[in-house]
Design a protein around this ligand. Structure first.
Ligand code: UDX
Length: 429
Protein backbone atom coordinates (compact mmCIF):
# COMPACT_ATOMS: atom_id res chain seq x y z
CA UNK A 1 0.00 0.00 0.00
CA UNK A 2 1.17 3.54 -0.73
CA UNK A 3 0.49 6.16 1.88
CA UNK A 4 1.32 9.85 2.30
CA UNK A 5 1.96 11.60 5.58
CA UNK A 6 1.52 15.35 5.51
CA UNK A 7 3.65 17.04 8.18
CA UNK A 8 7.16 15.79 8.98
CA UNK A 9 7.12 16.63 12.70
CA UNK A 10 7.33 14.22 15.63
CA UNK A 11 4.11 12.38 14.85
CA UNK A 12 4.51 12.45 11.07
CA UNK A 13 8.09 11.19 11.01
CA UNK A 14 7.52 8.47 13.58
CA UNK A 15 4.33 7.28 11.86
CA UNK A 16 6.04 7.34 8.46
CA UNK A 17 9.17 5.53 9.62
CA UNK A 18 7.20 2.86 11.49
CA UNK A 19 4.80 2.15 8.62
CA UNK A 20 7.79 1.94 6.27
CA UNK A 21 9.41 -0.54 8.63
CA UNK A 22 6.17 -2.56 8.46
CA UNK A 23 6.46 -2.79 4.66
CA UNK A 24 4.27 0.14 3.56
CA UNK A 25 5.55 2.57 0.91
CA UNK A 26 5.51 5.99 2.57
CA UNK A 27 6.00 9.50 1.27
CA UNK A 28 6.40 12.22 3.91
CA UNK A 29 5.40 15.70 2.86
CA UNK A 30 6.28 19.03 4.44
CA UNK A 31 6.10 22.58 3.14
CA UNK A 32 9.36 23.41 4.97
CA UNK A 33 11.70 22.86 2.02
CA UNK A 34 14.84 23.11 4.18
CA UNK A 35 13.55 20.31 6.38
CA UNK A 36 12.82 18.16 3.32
CA UNK A 37 16.27 18.86 1.87
CA UNK A 38 17.85 17.87 5.17
CA UNK A 39 15.72 14.70 5.42
CA UNK A 40 16.76 13.71 1.90
CA UNK A 41 20.35 13.96 3.13
CA UNK A 42 19.25 11.80 6.09
CA UNK A 43 19.59 14.61 8.58
CA UNK A 44 16.79 14.03 11.08
CA UNK A 45 15.41 17.28 12.53
CA UNK A 46 14.45 15.88 15.94
CA UNK A 47 16.03 13.64 18.54
CA UNK A 48 13.95 10.55 19.15
CA UNK A 49 15.64 7.32 20.21
CA UNK A 50 15.79 4.82 17.31
CA UNK A 51 14.20 7.14 14.72
CA UNK A 52 17.36 7.96 12.80
CA UNK A 53 18.24 4.28 12.25
CA UNK A 54 14.70 3.46 11.18
CA UNK A 55 14.57 6.31 8.66
CA UNK A 56 18.04 5.60 7.26
CA UNK A 57 17.33 1.89 6.78
CA UNK A 58 13.94 2.39 5.13
CA UNK A 59 15.15 5.29 2.99
CA UNK A 60 17.96 3.13 1.59
CA UNK A 61 15.51 0.32 0.92
CA UNK A 62 13.21 2.73 -0.93
CA UNK A 63 10.26 2.47 1.43
CA UNK A 64 10.29 6.06 2.70
CA UNK A 65 10.82 9.28 0.76
CA UNK A 66 10.50 13.00 1.48
CA UNK A 67 9.03 15.75 -0.66
CA UNK A 68 7.43 19.19 -0.58
CA UNK A 69 5.25 18.29 -3.54
CA UNK A 70 1.85 17.54 -2.03
CA UNK A 71 0.20 17.04 -5.46
CA UNK A 72 2.47 14.16 -6.41
CA UNK A 73 2.23 12.62 -2.97
CA UNK A 74 -1.59 12.67 -3.09
CA UNK A 75 -1.59 11.33 -6.65
CA UNK A 76 0.33 8.19 -5.68
CA UNK A 77 -1.16 7.46 -2.26
CA UNK A 78 -4.44 5.83 -1.41
CA UNK A 79 -4.37 6.81 2.25
CA UNK A 80 -3.28 10.29 3.33
CA UNK A 81 -2.53 11.06 6.96
CA UNK A 82 -2.65 14.66 8.15
CA UNK A 83 -0.05 15.02 10.89
CA UNK A 84 0.66 18.73 10.91
CA UNK A 85 0.91 20.85 14.06
CA UNK A 86 -2.18 22.43 15.60
CA UNK A 87 -0.53 25.08 17.80
CA UNK A 88 -2.56 26.89 20.45
CA UNK A 89 -3.99 30.34 19.72
CA UNK A 90 -3.96 33.02 22.42
CA UNK A 91 -7.39 31.94 23.62
CA UNK A 92 -6.28 28.32 24.11
CA UNK A 93 -8.11 27.07 21.04
CA UNK A 94 -6.19 24.92 18.54
CA UNK A 95 -5.21 26.78 15.38
CA UNK A 96 -6.69 24.74 12.54
CA UNK A 97 -5.79 26.98 9.61
CA UNK A 98 -2.99 24.57 8.63
CA UNK A 99 -5.45 21.65 8.59
CA UNK A 100 -7.80 23.61 6.32
CA UNK A 101 -4.95 24.46 3.92
CA UNK A 102 -3.79 20.85 3.75
CA UNK A 103 -7.37 19.57 3.27
CA UNK A 104 -7.82 22.07 0.43
CA UNK A 105 -4.54 21.04 -1.21
CA UNK A 106 -5.46 17.35 -0.93
CA UNK A 107 -8.90 18.04 -2.45
CA UNK A 108 -7.36 19.81 -5.43
CA UNK A 109 -4.91 16.98 -6.12
CA UNK A 110 -7.26 14.00 -5.79
CA UNK A 111 -7.85 12.09 -9.00
CA UNK A 112 -9.37 8.94 -7.54
CA UNK A 113 -10.77 7.60 -4.24
CA UNK A 114 -8.73 8.74 -1.24
CA UNK A 115 -8.98 8.11 2.49
CA UNK A 116 -7.93 11.19 4.47
CA UNK A 117 -7.00 10.42 8.07
CA UNK A 118 -6.64 13.06 10.78
CA UNK A 119 -3.70 12.15 12.95
CA UNK A 120 -3.04 15.62 14.33
CA UNK A 121 -4.74 16.30 17.65
CA UNK A 122 -7.84 18.22 16.68
CA UNK A 123 -11.03 19.29 18.45
CA UNK A 124 -14.18 17.28 18.04
CA UNK A 125 -16.01 18.16 14.81
CA UNK A 126 -12.79 18.83 12.84
CA UNK A 127 -13.53 15.68 10.83
CA UNK A 128 -16.79 17.24 9.61
CA UNK A 129 -14.94 20.43 8.64
CA UNK A 130 -12.23 18.48 6.78
CA UNK A 131 -14.95 16.59 4.92
CA UNK A 132 -16.76 19.81 4.03
CA UNK A 133 -13.50 21.49 2.90
CA UNK A 134 -12.62 18.59 0.62
CA UNK A 135 -16.16 18.43 -0.74
CA UNK A 136 -16.19 22.09 -1.80
CA UNK A 137 -12.62 22.10 -3.18
CA UNK A 138 -12.33 18.84 -5.07
CA UNK A 139 -12.25 19.30 -8.82
CA UNK A 140 -13.28 15.93 -10.10
CA UNK A 141 -16.21 13.78 -9.10
CA UNK A 142 -14.02 11.52 -6.99
CA UNK A 143 -15.25 9.81 -3.85
CA UNK A 144 -13.36 10.03 -0.58
CA UNK A 145 -13.62 9.23 3.12
CA UNK A 146 -12.41 11.02 6.20
CA UNK A 147 -11.29 9.13 9.32
CA UNK A 148 -9.82 10.03 12.70
CA UNK A 149 -6.83 8.12 14.07
CA UNK A 150 -5.47 9.96 17.11
CA UNK A 151 -1.86 9.30 18.04
CA UNK A 152 -0.96 8.52 21.65
CA UNK A 153 2.80 8.18 21.38
CA UNK A 154 5.05 9.65 24.03
CA UNK A 155 8.19 11.50 23.05
CA UNK A 156 11.30 9.54 23.93
CA UNK A 157 9.38 6.25 23.55
CA UNK A 158 7.57 7.09 20.34
CA UNK A 159 8.70 4.13 18.24
CA UNK A 160 7.99 1.64 20.97
CA UNK A 161 4.57 3.24 21.56
CA UNK A 162 3.74 3.12 17.85
CA UNK A 163 4.74 -0.53 17.44
CA UNK A 164 3.24 -1.72 20.75
CA UNK A 165 0.26 0.53 21.44
CA UNK A 166 -2.16 0.09 24.33
CA UNK A 167 -4.87 0.73 21.74
CA UNK A 168 -5.34 1.86 18.16
CA UNK A 169 -8.35 4.16 17.87
CA UNK A 170 -9.94 4.34 14.44
CA UNK A 171 -12.88 6.70 13.95
CA UNK A 172 -14.58 5.86 10.66
CA UNK A 173 -17.88 6.32 8.89
CA UNK A 174 -17.64 3.84 6.01
CA UNK A 175 -16.78 0.17 5.56
CA UNK A 176 -14.15 1.05 2.97
CA UNK A 177 -12.32 3.36 5.39
CA UNK A 178 -12.49 0.68 8.09
CA UNK A 179 -11.13 -1.95 5.71
CA UNK A 180 -8.21 0.22 4.55
CA UNK A 181 -7.22 1.17 8.07
CA UNK A 182 -7.52 -2.42 9.29
CA UNK A 183 -5.23 -3.46 6.43
CA UNK A 184 -2.66 -0.88 7.52
CA UNK A 185 -2.90 -1.36 11.25
CA UNK A 186 -3.26 -5.15 11.02
CA UNK A 187 0.55 -5.13 10.81
CA UNK A 188 0.79 -3.85 14.39
CA UNK A 189 0.25 -5.95 17.46
CA UNK A 190 -2.31 -3.94 19.44
CA UNK A 191 -6.06 -3.89 20.09
CA UNK A 192 -8.13 -1.89 17.60
CA UNK A 193 -11.08 0.18 18.77
CA UNK A 194 -13.47 1.22 16.00
CA UNK A 195 -15.55 4.28 16.82
CA UNK A 196 -17.36 7.07 15.08
CA UNK A 197 -15.21 10.06 14.07
CA UNK A 198 -16.33 12.45 16.81
CA UNK A 199 -15.73 9.90 19.56
CA UNK A 200 -12.22 9.19 18.23
CA UNK A 201 -11.47 12.92 18.27
CA UNK A 202 -12.75 13.20 21.83
CA UNK A 203 -10.80 10.17 23.07
CA UNK A 204 -7.54 12.00 22.42
CA UNK A 205 -8.41 15.19 24.30
CA UNK A 206 -10.13 13.31 27.09
CA UNK A 207 -7.13 10.97 27.54
CA UNK A 208 -4.48 13.68 27.61
CA UNK A 209 -6.54 15.86 29.94
CA UNK A 210 -7.00 12.88 32.25
CA UNK A 211 -3.23 12.30 32.35
CA UNK A 212 -2.76 16.00 33.19
CA UNK A 213 -5.41 15.64 35.89
CA UNK A 214 -3.58 12.65 37.38
CA UNK A 215 -0.34 14.66 37.59
CA UNK A 216 -2.02 17.70 39.14
CA UNK A 217 -3.85 15.46 41.58
CA UNK A 218 -0.64 13.87 42.82
CA UNK A 219 1.01 17.31 42.97
CA UNK A 220 -1.83 18.60 45.15
CA UNK A 221 -1.49 15.51 47.37
CA UNK A 222 2.27 16.22 47.52
CA UNK A 223 1.54 19.65 48.97
CA UNK A 224 -0.64 18.08 51.65
CA UNK A 225 2.17 15.57 52.34
CA UNK A 226 4.61 18.43 52.86
CA UNK A 227 2.27 20.15 55.28
CA UNK A 228 1.50 16.92 57.13
CA UNK A 229 5.08 15.62 57.19
CA UNK A 230 4.23 12.56 55.05
CA UNK A 231 6.15 11.19 52.05
CA UNK A 232 4.52 11.52 48.59
CA UNK A 233 6.61 8.66 47.16
CA UNK A 234 5.15 6.25 49.70
CA UNK A 235 1.65 7.67 49.24
CA UNK A 236 1.88 7.34 45.43
CA UNK A 237 3.12 3.77 45.78
CA UNK A 238 0.22 2.88 48.05
CA UNK A 239 -2.32 4.54 45.75
CA UNK A 240 -0.81 2.99 42.63
CA UNK A 241 -1.08 -0.56 43.95
CA UNK A 242 -4.82 -0.27 43.48
CA UNK A 243 -5.28 -1.45 39.86
CA UNK A 244 -8.14 1.01 39.45
CA UNK A 245 -5.73 3.89 40.16
CA UNK A 246 -2.42 2.60 38.70
CA UNK A 247 1.05 3.89 39.57
CA UNK A 248 1.75 5.58 36.21
CA UNK A 249 1.53 9.38 36.07
CA UNK A 250 1.65 9.70 39.84
CA UNK A 251 5.12 11.24 39.95
CA UNK A 252 5.00 14.52 41.83
CA UNK A 253 7.26 17.36 40.73
CA UNK A 254 7.34 20.74 39.04
CA UNK A 255 4.43 19.80 36.80
CA UNK A 256 3.77 18.71 33.25
CA UNK A 257 5.07 20.40 30.11
CA UNK A 258 5.61 19.39 26.50
CA UNK A 259 3.66 20.15 23.39
CA UNK A 260 0.71 17.88 24.14
CA UNK A 261 -0.54 17.91 27.70
CA UNK A 262 -0.71 21.71 28.30
CA UNK A 263 -2.05 22.42 24.80
CA UNK A 264 -4.62 19.62 24.81
CA UNK A 265 -5.82 20.60 28.26
CA UNK A 266 -6.40 24.20 27.09
CA UNK A 267 -8.06 23.00 23.92
CA UNK A 268 -10.39 20.65 25.81
CA UNK A 269 -11.44 23.42 28.21
CA UNK A 270 -12.18 25.66 25.21
CA UNK A 271 -14.02 22.99 23.22
CA UNK A 272 -16.20 22.18 26.23
CA UNK A 273 -16.98 25.85 26.79
CA UNK A 274 -17.92 26.29 23.14
CA UNK A 275 -20.21 23.30 23.38
CA UNK A 276 -21.81 24.85 26.48
CA UNK A 277 -20.01 23.17 29.41
CA UNK A 278 -17.73 24.92 31.87
CA UNK A 279 -15.07 22.26 32.64
CA UNK A 280 -14.05 23.78 36.00
CA UNK A 281 -12.21 20.60 37.06
CA UNK A 282 -9.73 21.00 34.21
CA UNK A 283 -9.20 24.69 34.99
CA UNK A 284 -8.09 23.64 38.45
CA UNK A 285 -5.70 21.07 36.89
CA UNK A 286 -4.08 23.95 35.02
CA UNK A 287 -3.92 26.15 38.11
CA UNK A 288 -2.21 23.44 40.16
CA UNK A 289 0.33 22.96 37.36
CA UNK A 290 1.26 26.66 37.49
CA UNK A 291 1.37 26.56 41.29
CA UNK A 292 4.00 23.77 41.19
CA UNK A 293 6.50 26.04 39.46
CA UNK A 294 5.76 29.06 41.68
CA UNK A 295 6.02 26.94 44.81
CA UNK A 296 9.35 25.49 43.67
CA UNK A 297 10.77 29.00 43.18
CA UNK A 298 9.42 30.07 46.58
CA UNK A 299 11.35 27.19 48.13
CA UNK A 300 14.57 28.14 46.40
CA UNK A 301 14.05 31.70 47.64
CA UNK A 302 13.33 30.61 51.19
CA UNK A 303 16.71 28.82 51.39
CA UNK A 304 18.90 31.23 49.42
CA UNK A 305 17.35 34.35 50.99
CA UNK A 306 18.26 36.88 48.27
CA UNK A 307 18.26 35.40 44.79
CA UNK A 308 19.97 38.46 43.30
CA UNK A 309 23.57 37.72 42.23
CA UNK A 310 23.35 34.10 43.40
CA UNK A 311 24.60 31.53 40.90
CA UNK A 312 22.20 28.65 40.33
CA UNK A 313 23.31 25.46 38.58
CA UNK A 314 20.48 23.86 36.61
CA UNK A 315 20.41 20.16 35.76
CA UNK A 316 17.97 19.37 32.96
CA UNK A 317 16.03 21.69 30.65
CA UNK A 318 13.92 19.44 28.39
CA UNK A 319 10.27 18.99 29.41
CA UNK A 320 11.11 15.37 30.25
CA UNK A 321 14.09 13.00 29.81
CA UNK A 322 15.09 11.30 26.52
CA UNK A 323 14.01 14.19 24.35
CA UNK A 324 15.51 17.46 23.15
CA UNK A 325 12.05 19.03 23.16
CA UNK A 326 11.81 22.32 25.03
CA UNK A 327 8.22 23.17 24.15
CA UNK A 328 6.33 24.30 27.26
CA UNK A 329 9.12 22.88 29.45
CA UNK A 330 8.66 23.92 33.12
CA UNK A 331 12.35 24.95 33.01
CA UNK A 332 11.45 27.94 30.82
CA UNK A 333 9.24 29.66 33.40
CA UNK A 334 11.42 28.66 36.33
CA UNK A 335 14.69 29.91 34.82
CA UNK A 336 13.18 33.11 33.45
CA UNK A 337 11.63 33.98 36.83
CA UNK A 338 14.90 33.26 38.64
CA UNK A 339 16.71 35.47 36.13
CA UNK A 340 14.18 38.26 36.72
CA UNK A 341 15.01 37.97 40.42
CA UNK A 342 18.66 38.54 39.48
CA UNK A 343 20.04 34.98 39.57
CA UNK A 344 22.96 33.93 37.38
CA UNK A 345 22.06 30.67 35.66
CA UNK A 346 24.48 27.92 34.61
CA UNK A 347 22.63 25.08 32.91
CA UNK A 348 23.31 21.62 31.58
CA UNK A 349 21.05 19.31 29.58
CA UNK A 350 22.31 16.18 27.80
CA UNK A 351 20.23 16.79 24.62
CA UNK A 352 18.19 20.00 24.76
CA UNK A 353 20.95 22.63 24.99
CA UNK A 354 20.90 23.69 21.35
CA UNK A 355 17.12 24.21 21.37
CA UNK A 356 17.36 25.88 24.80
CA UNK A 357 19.96 28.35 23.50
CA UNK A 358 17.27 29.79 21.22
CA UNK A 359 14.96 30.38 24.20
CA UNK A 360 17.13 31.70 27.03
CA UNK A 361 19.15 34.87 27.11
CA UNK A 362 22.07 35.23 29.49
CA UNK A 363 22.22 31.56 30.51
CA UNK A 364 25.66 29.97 30.57
CA UNK A 365 25.39 26.55 28.97
CA UNK A 366 27.68 23.93 30.49
CA UNK A 367 29.19 20.79 28.98
CA UNK A 368 28.33 18.62 31.95
CA UNK A 369 26.69 18.61 35.37
CA UNK A 370 29.98 19.23 37.19
CA UNK A 371 30.58 22.45 35.27
CA UNK A 372 27.04 23.59 36.21
CA UNK A 373 27.76 22.82 39.88
CA UNK A 374 31.15 24.55 39.99
CA UNK A 375 31.01 27.63 42.26
CA UNK A 376 27.19 27.67 42.22
CA UNK A 377 25.25 28.54 45.37
CA UNK A 378 22.93 25.60 44.78
CA UNK A 379 21.83 23.03 42.19
CA UNK A 380 18.28 22.66 40.92
CA UNK A 381 17.10 19.53 39.10
CA UNK A 382 14.40 20.22 36.50
CA UNK A 383 14.51 17.08 34.31
CA UNK A 384 15.14 13.55 35.57
CA UNK A 385 17.76 12.40 33.05
CA UNK A 386 19.10 8.95 33.93
CA UNK A 387 22.71 10.20 33.77
CA UNK A 388 22.06 12.47 36.78
CA UNK A 389 21.47 9.33 38.83
CA UNK A 390 25.03 8.25 38.09
CA UNK A 391 26.74 11.52 39.08
CA UNK A 392 29.57 11.57 41.60
CA UNK A 393 27.84 13.57 44.33
CA UNK A 394 30.96 13.75 46.47
CA UNK A 395 32.54 15.66 43.61
CA UNK A 396 29.38 17.79 43.16
CA UNK A 397 29.55 18.68 46.85
CA UNK A 398 33.16 19.79 46.54
CA UNK A 399 32.34 21.92 43.50
CA UNK A 400 29.27 23.70 44.92
CA UNK A 401 29.69 26.78 47.10
CA UNK A 402 27.06 25.35 49.43
CA UNK A 403 25.84 21.73 49.52
CA UNK A 404 22.27 22.63 48.58
CA UNK A 405 20.09 20.75 46.06
CA UNK A 406 16.49 21.48 45.04
CA UNK A 407 15.10 18.46 43.25
CA UNK A 408 12.02 19.28 41.19
CA UNK A 409 11.67 15.66 40.03
CA UNK A 410 12.23 13.64 43.22
CA UNK A 411 15.12 11.76 41.61
CA UNK A 412 17.06 10.95 44.75
CA UNK A 413 16.47 9.52 48.18
CA UNK A 414 16.45 12.25 50.85
CA UNK A 415 18.29 9.92 53.26
CA UNK A 416 21.08 9.24 50.75
CA UNK A 417 21.47 12.93 49.93
CA UNK A 418 21.45 14.00 53.55
CA UNK A 419 23.91 11.17 54.28
CA UNK A 420 26.28 12.75 51.76
CA UNK A 421 25.98 16.04 53.63
CA UNK A 422 23.60 17.88 51.31
CA UNK A 423 20.66 20.04 52.28
CA UNK A 424 18.19 18.35 49.98
CA UNK A 425 14.78 19.81 49.15
CA UNK A 426 12.34 17.79 47.02
CA UNK A 427 8.58 17.82 46.33
CA UNK A 428 6.05 16.40 48.78
CA UNK A 429 8.41 14.76 51.25
C1 UDX B 1 1.85 12.90 26.16
C2 UDX B 1 0.96 11.65 26.30
O1 UDX B 1 1.50 10.80 27.29
C3 UDX B 1 0.85 10.93 24.97
O2 UDX B 1 -0.04 9.83 25.07
C4 UDX B 1 0.35 11.90 23.91
O3 UDX B 1 0.30 11.31 22.64
C5 UDX B 1 1.24 13.14 23.85
O4 UDX B 1 1.31 13.73 25.15
P1 UDX B 1 4.45 13.41 26.00
O5 UDX B 1 4.07 14.85 25.82
O6 UDX B 1 5.51 12.82 25.12
O7 UDX B 1 3.16 12.48 25.83
O8 UDX B 1 4.95 13.28 27.50
P2 UDX B 1 4.53 12.50 28.83
O9 UDX B 1 5.42 11.35 29.02
O10 UDX B 1 3.08 12.23 28.85
O11 UDX B 1 4.90 13.61 29.92
C6 UDX B 1 4.25 14.87 29.90
C7 UDX B 1 4.73 15.74 31.01
O12 UDX B 1 4.22 15.30 32.26
C8 UDX B 1 6.25 15.82 31.21
O13 UDX B 1 6.62 17.17 31.45
C9 UDX B 1 6.51 14.95 32.41
O14 UDX B 1 7.67 15.37 33.11
C10 UDX B 1 5.26 15.21 33.22
N1 UDX B 1 4.92 14.10 34.14
C11 UDX B 1 4.59 12.86 33.65
C12 UDX B 1 4.88 14.33 35.52
O15 UDX B 1 5.15 15.44 35.99
N2 UDX B 1 4.52 13.30 36.34
C13 UDX B 1 4.20 12.07 35.89
O16 UDX B 1 3.87 11.20 36.71
C14 UDX B 1 4.24 11.84 34.50
Amino acid sequence: MNIAIIGAGYVGLVTGACFAELGVKVVCVDNDTDKIKALNKLKIPIYEPGLEDLIKRNFRQGRISFTSDIDRAVARSQVIFIAIGTPPKDNGEADLTGIEKVATAIARSMTDYRLIVEKSTVPVETGSWVKHTIEINKKKKVSFDVASNPEFLREGRAIHDFMHPDRIVLGVESKKAEQLLRELYGRIDGPILMTDIKSAELIKHASNSFLALKISYINAVAKVCELAGADIEQVAEGMGMDKRVGRAFLDAGIGFGGFCLPKDLDAFITISRKLGYDFGLLKEVKKINEFQKEDFIRRVESRLWNIKDKTIGVLGLAFKPDTDDMRFAPSIDIIQILQRHGAVIKAYDPKAASRAKKIFKGVKFCRNAYEAAKNSHCLIVLTEWQEFKELDFKKIKRLLKHPLIFDGRNMFSPEAMEGLGFKYVSVGR
